[in-house]
Design a protein around this ligand. Structure first.
Ligand code: SME
Length: 150
């Protein structure tokens, strides 16, 4: 059973243009989840992570694979749910207000091609249910990534 946010994301994936679709998905997540200060994507390009469509303050534009929660997500291909970013040695603070983070890899043929990254200004903001929803969203994006040849 898909939640409302996942159903909305599935609808938004009818859009075939990558920037248009991912832009609306970042807006959709930001509208559905309260207490976020950043919601968006990093895309794997030319051996690093590059800022994709997002909602929120100005953010880091390039992240090496060996840096940050995003780099860790890339290397492990595993979701990172960080309850306290200040206690996480890898965390990169794009916004000094951030206190917790959820980063979910988008895998295509077992390779990480992008990630959904969410930041919150309060500790332990993200629930297990939201982690599952974002993993479902990542799986849907992966399916369309292949279909639309992104
Ligand atoms: N906090 C991330 C960097 C990206 S911003 O949160 C938008 C990290 O540690 O990789």
């Amino acid at each position: 059973m898909s939640s409302i946010v996942v159903k909305q994301i599935e609808g938004l994936l009818e859009e075939k243009d990558q920037i248009a679709a991912l832009s609306n998905i970042s807006a959709c997540i930001n509208q559905n989840y309260d207490n976020l200060n950043w919601a968006g994507f990093y895309l794997v390009k030319n051996g690093e992570l590059v800022l994709g469509p997002f909602q929120g303050k100005v953010a880091c534009t390039h992240i090496p694979f060996d840096k940050g929660v995003c780099g860790l997500t890339y290397r492990t291909k595993q979701t990172q749910r960080v309850d306290d970013v200040l206690a996480h040695q890898d965390h990169i603070a794009c916004d000094a207000d951030s206190r917790s983070e959820l980063c979910v890899p988008i895998l295509v043929n077992e390779e990480c091609v992008a990630m959904i990254d969410l930041d919150a200004p309060i500790k332990s903001r993200f629930t297990e249910q939201e982690e599952k929803e974002m993993q479902q969203a990542a799986n849907l994006i992966s399916t369309y990534w292949i279909q639309y040849q992104w």
